[in-house]
Design a protein around this ligand. Sequence first.
Ligand SMILES: Cc1cc2nc3c(=O)[nH]c(=O)nc-3n(C[C@H](O)[C@H](O)[C@H](O)COP(=O)(O)OP(=O)(O)OC[C@H]3O[C@@H](n4cnc5c(N)ncnc54)[C@H](O)[C@@H]3O)c2cc1C
Length: 288
Amino acid sequence: MTTEQRAEIICNTTGPWDSKTLGGSWKRGIVNPDLEEERKNLSFDTDELQKFFYTEPMFNFIKEMNELCAKHPELYEGLLHKYELTREEIFDLHWKRIHRLMELKPEIFLGHDYKKFWYIWSNYFADVAHPVAQHQLMFCACIDFLGSEEQKAEWFEPARRMNMVGCYAQTELGHGSFVPGIETTATLDMKTDEFIIHTPHVKAAKYWPGQMAMGTHAILFARVIVDENDYGVWPFMVQLRSLEDHMPLPGIEIGDVGAKLGFNMIDNGYGIFTHVRIPRTNLLSRFV
Ligand SMILES: Cc1cc2nc3c(=O)[nH]c(=O)nc-3n(C[C@H](O)[C@H](O)[C@H](O)COP(=O)(O)OP(=O)(O)OC[C@H]3O[C@@H](n4cnc5c(N)ncnc54)[C@H](O)[C@@H]3O)c2cc1C
């Protein structure tokens, strides 16, 4: 490549240093000719390598997603300025992208293929994570894998359609890796056929779950107490917010843990429960 050609590429791809023109060669669809030349000389078929690496069905899915993004730049273009956005703007951007993807490809959201979800979220939603990663990959998966057939019939599709958005609420301030030490209680009231979810002290506050600050539901892990006997830690479906006005339900205090070093498009939250009653049938019961 001549010096003039190189200079032209640099001018075309970088431009003046202001936020509107950042994005460089990717934004303008320019590929460095040296790179293009090298790619022509490859001694192997890149499609075959991808099929080997991802498997053929995944390879086809990736191709489909790439074509979709090429046709619909609104799925990715806001990302060019992600480091210049406020936290609220980041949430807004990612929610709009997810909403658009749902409009364009609703079938992806309804399936049970968690590998595809992982691929979409990590490759198309960038930053490794996005505002409903835990909802799709943990909350929906818990219903799918831990729920009884009746529970799946009731919750799986509304969850997949995001009519309910949920978190996976296991970690507590005092108990992360040590899951058997979880202290949130679920005490059975036999008279009303309900469990009472309660945070006995601040160390038992749920802390960290993604989607706990803004979500409507939680798969919440708590110790089952029946007649003062402790039956260990089990998962429960707990509604956090009203589906009418999105306010937290009585007895539930939830919020965001605040800005973090990364993952700021995720609402990692905290939750404190004061004698919150849920139906007994909200214990996820595939393995009961
Ligand atoms: C960004 C982010 C998102 C998260 N999202 C969720 C979520 O959606 N839902 C949720 O429930 N939780 C979530 N968590 C919490 C996460 O699952 C916990 O942080 C994790 O389980 C570790 O718990 P801990 O932070 O209390 O650390 P600890 O359990 O206190 O561990 C601290 C250190 O001690 C070590 N350690 C612990 N136990 C042992 C042992 N027995 N032997 C040797 N070493 C040990 C650990 O390896 C670690 O280095 C999230 C955390 C982060 C940072």
